[in-house]
Design a protein around this ligand. Structure first.
Ligand code: DLL
Length: 434
């Protein structure tokens, strides 16, 4: 049930003591070995020895993705390359990738932390684990692979893509746990139905999904279609990859591995901490990383902290499912719109499929938001009047949720693009027409 019960069920006092010791060590290591941090600390007149409590963390500067880019490729490494045994990178959207490194110890820690997440999601040494995350510079495949091996599960490192082959292997190798993005899980499920495969004949029990936001509706849909228990897990390459946080079988928030990561939730505008339990941007400080320590990294991910005890017995605080990213936020007609708001409206409406696409355009000087919604065949071929009613209903609901008017188009099942990795649901055409 637990991978490291002495850590995962640690008392808060003991945990905070450990966090402080590790924080002091991390700050010293960063100050001594990374000129970028030394310069920033010196500019602010901060002496690492002045950090004497967890609260003192607030005095330290934030680190952003831009800092990683400015120091491309190895500028933020705290050890010489000789000690680095693995390098990963994320491509990002702006061109310059962010590069991260791991020492031998970092890889050990990483495997342990993904082993925790996998165990919390139900995986044991008796499982056959199909890892359909990409293997390569992306951290998803390798990160979870090492954890699953550490547990002693039988790992199928199939990587992403080739959906029909995934399904054949799932059948023949008797896969019991599937690991990929939630959107790929849905694509696998839909392809199975198309191929006429009876999912009851599969051996699948658990699905561990992450690397992109997904709604409770999507969880329900995946669980029903694949007949599994689906948990969410979170991470980002800048601070490690998968293994930062993961749900237990209660499926009510993701336990953060707080003995390795110190988290804060801030208001992204004022940069001040939000009130306990409020939604804000997650900021992470690594506590044990050797090659690539991160101090107050602004993740851009929006979530809230859940401090109430979890019935599973783990003492680590949980974070709610990620609600979106601050940089996913669209400003349409001057109003802030998050794709997750649109998804949650569609969730409430009967007859719509979990596939949608958001298109933002500019006609003249006016922004226009169009939501394409897949609907069941029955509705698509229904009489015009019924379709019209559905469109009007979605429009009304969206307008009241978002505060702006939105165009809605119904599209036939399977017309919108499907994804083997992270889904891309927003197309912003405004730059092209500006
Ligand atoms: O996506 C690491 C990962 C791999 C996590 C496999 C879980 C499973 P990056 O490619 O660096 O790393 O992307 C990190 O993805 O800042 C979030 O915006 C988003 N993200 C990751 N996990 C979740 C999740 C990996 N469970 C970025 N829910 C993060 C929502 C997630 N968003």
């Amino acid at each position: 049930m637990y991978w490291e019960p002495d850590k995962e069920c640690m008392d808060r006092d003991e945990l905070e003591q450990l966090q402080l010791e590790r924080l002091e060590a991390t700050i010293n290591r960063a100050y001594l070995n990374v000129p970028f941090y030394r310069k920033k600390f010196d500019e602010l007149g901060i002496d690492p020895d002045q950090i004497k409590s967890l609260d003192d963390l607030k005095r330290l500067p934030f680190t952003t993705k831009q800092d990683l880019r400015d120091n491309y490729p190895y500028g933020l490494f705290a050890v010489p390359l000789r000690e680095v045994v693995r390098i990963h990178a994320s491509s990002g959207t702006t061109g310059i990738p962010t590069v991260v490194g791991y020492t031998k110890n970092d890889i050990k820690t990483w495997s342990n932390l993904t082993a925790r997440v996998l165990t919390a999601g139900g995986v044991t040494k008796d499982d056959v684990v199909q890892i359909a995350f990409g293997y390569g510079l992306f951290t998803g495949g390798f990160g979870l692979h090492y954890g699953a091996e550490r547990i002693g599960a039988s790992v199928i490192p199939i990587s992403s893509g080739n959906t029909r082959r995934q399904i054949k292997i799932m059948q023949d190798f008797k896969t019991t746990a599937l690991i990929c993005t939630p959107s790929y899980a849905l694509l696998l499920a839909d392809t199975m139905y198309e191929m006429g495969i009876n999912v009851n004949g599969l051996s699948l029990k658990y699905g561990l999904f992450g690397a992109e936001p997904w709604s409770e509706r999507m969880r329900k849909e995946i669980e029903e279609k694949l007949k599994i228990t689906a948990t969410d897990n979170y991470g980002l390459s800048e601070v490690m990859g998968p293994g930062v946080a993961g749900e237990c079988l209660e499926r009510n928030g993701l336990h953060i591995n707080e003995d390795h990561f110190l988290v804060e939730i801030i208001n992204p505008d004022t940069l001040e901490p939000v009130k306990p339990g409020e939604v804000g941007e997650l900021v992470i400080t690594t506590l044990t990383k050797e090659a690539f320590p991160m101090i107050r990294y602004r993740t851009r991910d929006l979530t809230r902290l859940i401090t109430e005890p979890c019935p599973c017995g783990r003492k680590f605080y949980r974070m709610s499912k990620v609600l979106g990213r601050t940089d996913d936020m669209l400003i349409v007609k001057g109003v802030n719109v998050f794709p997750s708001q649109i998804e949650s409206v569609l969730f409430e409406i009967e007859g719509t499929e979990p596939h949608y696409q958001i298109i933002v355009d500019r006609k003249g000087h006016l922004d226009e938001l169009t939501v394409l919604v897949e609907v069941s065949e029955q509705i698509f071929f229904d009489e015009m009047k019924k379709q019209h009613e559905l469109i009007e209903l979605i429009k009304r609901r969206l307008a009241s949720e978002l505060g702006i008017s939105v165009e809605v188009k119904l599209v036939e099942k399977k017309t919108l693009e499907r994804f083997e990795g992270k889904a891309k649901r927003v197309i912003d055409r405004r730059n092209l027409t500006d």
